[in-house]
Unconditional design. Structure first.
Length: 215
């Protein structure tokens, strides 16, 4: 199992030697630190915890500072921490304080990417759920983008609004996972991974990249 933490960069187009073009996203993944190794004997399960993106102690809480210094021996604070559990004995053998970088990935790796999608605030049913809206005909005044009936009185659900009814509300800012993406390029010197397709979030969003297999 391969994994790395990075931040989303720009999108670009990559041309292969065969002349195929792929829309791709650049992920900036500087070396991440192994801040803790969990074992079945001590913690009840096997996992590796990574810390990434160095920051000052001013922007790190005291518990995290103590955890970093005590376990990983780092002098600076870290902004992000993520844990990767063992799946079918796939965890690499690493020790606390070790570093993980993009060199563990190779071109052709199939990866799963997780990130928080863009927040869009409070949105109506047309943008949020793809409703068609009301008819554009005579007699319609302010109902073109209205949701329509929600089944309040009588009818279904015993005269109440059923749970899960699609309505206007907050949209975005959700954790989204995209599977079966492919690594197109690996640049260890600059810490860049170029991955096929679009990745959730805005530029600068924390991205988790987990390798699943190699073609």
């Amino acid at each position: 199992m391969k994994f790395i933490l990075g931040t989303k960069g720009k999108m670009t187009t990559i041309f292969t030697e065969e002349g195929r073009s792929f829309a791709a996203t650049v992920v900036y993944a500087q070396p991440a630190f192994v801040t803790q190794v969990k074992t079945t004997e001590k913690d009840g399960y096997n996992a590796v915890q990574l810390g990434a993106v160095e920051t000052t102690e001013k922007h790190t809480n005291k518990a995290q500072i103590g955890h970093i210094k005590g376990v990983a021996g780092q002098d600076k604070g870290l902004r992000f921490f993520r844990e990767y559990r063992e799946r079918d004995g796939s965890l690499p053998k690493v020790e606390a304080g070790a570093t993980v970088d993009v060199s563990s990935f190779v071109v052709g790796d199939t990866v799963t990417v997780s990130a928080v999608s863009k927040g869009k605030g409070f949105q109506g049913v047309i943008k949020r759920h793809g409703f068609h809206g009301g008819p554009r005909s005579h007699g319609q005044k302010h109902s073109e983008r209205a949701p329509g009936s929600i089944g309040g009185s009588g009818g279904r659900a015993g005269g109440r609004v059923a749970k899960g009814m699609r309505m206007a509300g907050r949209m975005g800012s959700d954790r989204v996972t995209v599977r079966n993406l492919t690594v197109l390029q690996v640049h260890p010197k600059t810490g860049e991974l170029v991955i096929t397709g679009a990745i959730p979030g805005r530029p600068g969003t924390l991205v988790e990249v987990r390798g699943t297999s190699t073609k």
